[in-house]
Structures are given as structure tokens and as C-alpha cells.
Design a protein around this ligand. Structure first.
Ligand SMILES: [Zn+2]
Length: 337
């Protein structure tokens, strides 16, 4: 509990974990240009094969960054070290060998297939490593062993969310390559739809699994989560515009046709962030010990101020005093980032 002197003071500082997470975030904008550079300069520098060098060096950069950035938040044991080395090593080997999953012939097909394989294996390796390091923080968020590094469940979830970036890019292009090979020459707009559908299914499953336990599920939150998820799923049909209006229905339809699902994903992320955001005043109130404002119904957030019994007049939720205190403390502890 090193940094818990004064909650008010604490709020004005970016904490150590958040700063480390941003360093990992920096991998997103630099990965693609570095991939290109590594391929371009592998010939003159190493005389080596371009694709293998590009994919392997990006994988190495990603794994080294993750381990360097998070090492002090991992309670290292022989098992965790071996697991980490094994997963990263396997993904690195996959990238360096660049053996396509199926035979490819066309121009650039091998690049697309091998690179998407690398993105998928890197994403899976990172998710695996996160589970090896912090599965206890995810599945037993309270009751942290004081000898364990102070990793919070929210930060584990944010790190998992970052790992979705390579994973989803890889899933999209891997599906694209598969439809190219086995699709019997279907229209490229249909290839895009299939790729978007598979990626959206992976994303929705992962996103809901990552955050599900962090959300107080009210009836309205459940309903709106369904609605937004359905809209995201429907948006994968956007490339149909390109299929039915092949000679261009104006720039707007072109943009929607090509990028509609990506825009929908952006909207979905913002929507779920706003929809799932925990009763912020409650967390602030717990942090500052403002007892009056803590008294809200955990189920429907209705104010319980001035009541003489722990029964919510709005939704009928009722508990014992110790359960209520425990619940409040637990939410405060879990919601640190
Ligand atoms: Zn209530």
C-alpha cells in the first residue's frame, strides 16, 4: 500500500501503473512504421529475408517492452518465468520462420498471411502472459497477499484491452487471406464483410469478458449493452454498399462502405465507456471518506440517505449492515486503476 497516504493528494498524480500502461500504448503508433523499416533495412544490414526480419523484430520489440515495463509488477516464480519465456519464444519463432498456414501464390499474399499470423500469435501470447502474471488479480480481486506487487484488476483489464489491437488486426487479415484462398473468387466486398464479422465476434466476446465483472449490471445497462453490441454487429454489413453500388455512390457511401465497421467500433468503445462508467461520485466519496454520499443503492444507485433501514425504496434491494460496508469497501478497492 505504498502510495495511499492521502487520497486527495493521490488524485493529482499519474500513478506508476498508468504511466507504464501509456508506455505500452506507444507501441501502437510505432509498430507499423517500424515493421516497414525493419523489412526495408534487413537486406542491406543483414542480407536477410525481409518478411521474416520485419515480423520477428516487431515481435521482439513488443515482448521486450511488455516484460521490461511490467516486470516489477509480477511476482516472479520459476513457473511464471518459464511460461513467459515459452509463450514469447513460441510467438517469436512463428514470426521468424514465417511459414504460411496454407500455400500462397499471388503477389503480396504471403506477406499478408504471414504478417497476420504473427499479429494473431503475438496477441495470443500477450494475453497468455497477462494471465500467467496476474490471473489472481482478475479472479480474486480482493485479499491481495501484501508480498505481491500492487497490480490492480482494472490495470490488468486495460493491458488485456491493449493486446486486442494486434489480435484483431491479425484476425481481420487472416480471415481476408482465407477468403482469398478458399472463397472461390468472391467479390472483395463480401471478403471484407466476412472478415469484419469474424473480427467483431472476437472483439465483442473479448470486450464483454474483460469488463463484465467490473460493471454493476442494472437493467438499463444490460439493455443498452445489447443495443450497442447489435449495432456494432450490424455495421459489419457496411461493405454491402460497395457490392451493390460498385461504381461509386459518392464519397460518403465509399467511406461508409470501406470503413463503416471501424467507425462503429469507435462509437461502440465510447458508448460502453460512458454506459459502464461506475458511479464516479461514489468512488470519490469512498476515497475521501464522505459517508453521506456513499449511501447509494449498489444495485440501482438510488440515494439511501436518511433511511433507517438498509432497504432501497427504489428497487427493494436489501442487505445486512456488514454486507453493505463490505460491498462499499470492495468496490472502492477494485475500482482503483
Ligand atoms: Zn435500489
Amino acid at each position: 500500500m505504498g502510495d495511499e497516504q492521502s487520497p486527495l493528494e493521490l488524485k493529482r498524480h499519474m500513478n506508476d501503473r498508468t504511466s507504464r500502461w501509456i508506455i505500452c500504448l506507444a507501441l501502437l503508433p510505432v509498430a507499423a512504421p517500424l515493421w516497414w523499416l525493419a523489412g526495408e533495412y534487413s537486406k542491406p544490414l543483414l542480407g536477410g529475408p525481409e518478411l521474416e526480419c520485419a515480423n520477428a523484430s516487431i515481435s521482439l520489440l513488443v515482448f521486450l517492452t511488455c516484460v521490461t515495463v511490467w516486470r516489477k509488477y509480477v511476482r516472479w516464480s520459476r513457473g511464471r518465468a518459464v511460461g513467459t519465456a515459452g509463450l514469447c519464444g513460441a510467438a517469436l519463432l512463428q514470426a521468424a520462420l514465417a511459414i504460411p498456414l496454407w500455400s500462397v501464390s499471388g503477389c503480396g499474399e504471403r506477406e499478408v498471411l504471414c504478417t497476420s499470423q504473427t499479429l494473431v500469435t503475438n496477441g495470443i501470447a500477450i494475453v497468455g502472459v497477462i494471465f500467467i502474471w496476474w490471473w489472481v488479480r482478475l479472479f480474486r480481486p480482493t485479499g491481495r497477499d501484501p508480498r505481491e506487487p500492487d497490480m490492480t484488476p482494472n490495470m490488468v483489464r486495460m493491458t488485456l484491452s491493449l493486446a486486442l489491437a494486434p489480435l484483431l488486426c491479425g484476425v481481420y487479415w487472416l480471415t481476408w487471406a482465407a477468403t482469398e484462398k478458399f472463397g472461390g473468387g468472391v467479390h472483395y466486398a463480401l471478403q471484407a464483410i466476412v472478415s469484419y464479422v469474424v473480427s467483431a465476434a472476437v472483439f465483442l466476446t473479448a470486450w464483454l469478458m474483460i469488463w463484465r465483472k467490473q460493471i454493476t449490471w442494472t437493467t438499463s445497462r444490460i439493455r443498452w449493452t445489447w443495443i450497442w453490441s447489435a449495432l456494432l454487429a450490424i455495421s459489419t454489413a457496411c461493405p454491402l454498399f460497395e457490392y451493390f453500388i460498385p461504381n461509386g455512390g459518392g464519397w460518403l457511401l465509399d467511406v461508409i462502405g470501406a470503413l463503416g465497421p471501424l467507425i462503429a467500433l469507435g462509437v461502440y468503445l465510447v458508448a460502453t465507456a460512458l454506459l459502464w462508467r461506475e458511479n464516479a461520485p461514489l468512488i470519490a466519496a469512498v476515497a475521501t471518506g464522505d459517508a453521506e454520499r456513499i449511501a447509494t443503492c449498489p444495485k440501482c444507485t438510488y440515494s439511501l440517505r436518511g433511511l433507517r433501514e438498509l432497504r432501497c425504496p427504489e428497487c427493494g434491494w436489501t442487505v445486512t449492515v456488514d454486507e453493505f460496508v463490505d460491498h462499499t469497501l470492495r468496490r472502492a478497492a477494485i475500482n482503483r486503476d
